[in-house]
Design a protein around this ligand. Sequence first.
Ligand SMILES: [Zn+2]
Length: 403
Amino acid sequence: MLEVDYLFDGGTPCDVERRRDGSIFCRPFSTVSGTQHFACGVRVSGDADEFPVKLTVAWPRRWRGEDVPVGFEPEIARRMTAPDSFVRVLHRCCVFLPRGGERWERLINVGVDEGSETASVVLSGPGVVATQRPYTWAEHRSLIGWAREQPACVVDEIGRSREGLPIHAVTIAGSDARAPTVWVQAYQHVTEYTGPIVIDAMARRLAAREASEAASRLTWQFVPAVDIGGLRYGVGYHVGPRSSACVRDRNPNRDWHEGTWPEVAAVRSFIEAELEAGRRYGLALDLHNGWDRAHTSGACYTVHPDSAGVDYVNRQRSFVDWMYDHTDHTEPGQYWQHDTAGRSFTSYFAQLTGALAHTVEFSRHLWWERASRSYRPIEPTDPERFVAQAVDAIGGYFDRSHV
Ligand SMILES: [Zn+2]
């Protein structure tokens, strides 16, 4: 019997309908249109003779003004009610995890219908279909458990989320005590999975001493998920089949000035205590996923928080240029000003430490191929490829005394 469900780690609530022609129609309903929160992950089970089967994913119903709960900050309300549809990029980023399989594969036969705002795929067997490779709660638990056993890693519980979940920082001390510390955090925003995937690979690479000597001289600190509740509960099913557990009334990345989010306050306290104890930061990367920015791929960077001076902006640009010269994940020149009135993480960090602080936006659907100088659809393994290059590039940057 063919069944479709979303009750698994990484699944998202959907209305599921079996059509008369035998195909499956899914409409995710817990998500908000036009924001970084959109994701769809469903599991199709059944016997071999019930395949192939066609699966169609529809863009979620748009929120209207009256759907937005009272008290939401205007920027969030604007995003929820925005008319954007990113259906047109789903043929580049839908992935499939076959039942019993270990690796996500990019689905190459995804058809997109912009008119009806649907994407369809023909599945040849059972497995999980998602609109991007997720990073699951199980993967997060496994990373923290692994890190606790590594002599190279120190794991700190730096605070608790609003749901009482522990927020962890992993520190990997460098071989040179005088070298600066690199801070890397991710997952301020629900469904922005590339950040934790990148951090997971960075931590394992550094702890296994697979990084360059220059990268190993630096101390690295990672917070894999700032919104840990958002990672645990995803977009809904654990709290209730039709509820939106993690639609947030405030954007955490506009909260660094005030720290009303307990998660933001926890990270701030940890960084401030580290500074107090004498830690010197050289760089911070705050990892995110963008959606349909067709002009950016792989990763792109914000160049300066608000009101940064010319000298700071030039230092930021020199770092980004260095990254473009030493990685092949994106084309040059992808940076812009992040105008958030001083409320973003990067503004907070730069003001506090004087160190470079970049928001890094990973595309969910495009990757830049340096060799062919063109964009191609993202592969599930691209973030790890980025890590292999980026860790050494960052080491090289500090090695050449760019600090
Ligand atoms: Zn984000």
